[in-house]
Design a binder for this molecule. Sequence first.
Ligand SMILES: C[S@@+](CC[C@H](N)C(=O)[O-])C[C@H]1O[C@@H](n2cnc3c(N)ncnc32)[C@H](O)[C@@H]1O
Length: 245
Amino acid sequence: MSNEQQSHLSIYDLKTIYAYPQIFDNHKYLTSGGAWHGHIPFAFWCMSALKPGTFVELGTQYGDSFFAFCQASYNVEGDCNTQLYAIDTWQGDGHTGLYGDEVYEKVCEYKEENYPDKVFLIKSTFAEALNLFPDKSIDLLHIDGYHTYDSTKENFEMYLPKLSNRAVVLFHDTVSNNPDFGVERFVSELNYPKIDFPHCSGLSVVCVGDDIPEPLDILLTKGKPIDRARFVNLFAMLGGMITAI
Ligand SMILES: C[S@@+](CC[C@H](N)C(=O)[O-])C[C@H]1O[C@@H](n2cnc3c(N)ncnc32)[C@H](O)[C@@H]1O
């Protein structure tokens, strides 16, 4: 076998597929708000590969992203080692438009029925919720609030002191034709190891902590470009199976 052929048998591919079988799980929660659906398999990967002690989401609305993280944080025995926080005013913003109490009520009801423990819905602004979290305590942060450049920067900088040494930050909506969106520009200015998913409005995965979790470290610092491309393609394909439903 030539070296060229051998390089196609990437150890990382095998680890990705067999070490984290949760990426193939059926999702349990899906609303008509489809902007995040294509990233659900990656949310499953994040929880099983990164095992965050504390996960925080800034911007939850109907909960399509949040409940994917919740689903994956519970193992088959029903145990959960992650505390999950969803923060939202549940009133909407300049991009989602304003919405009524029925959205929060639906999310509360689903949470109570399915995740009564270790999952917290914080109905407040992102700024008001800040003091819930000790410094250096958040291992995984998903930023999906108001998508202007200034708000994205403000939200990131506000939560930066709360991030742990192994923290990873996810930014949704990095790919958009809306001239008002500035997530991509903000993320492009960050000087941390990262990987970008272009599908489903884009998701950037940024390793902010000095201790990059091993599954991402292998990919970002030791892996080859072909490994990263395959990793991105794998999740685009798995996500595409959900968005095609
Ligand atoms: C794009 S939606 C979230 C979508 C969600 N992650 C999903 O999976 O579909 C953005 C949400 O952020 C909330 N939001 C925006 N700015 C906020 C702020 N400063 N404080 C609290 N909530 C905010 C809005 O109410 C809205 O529900």
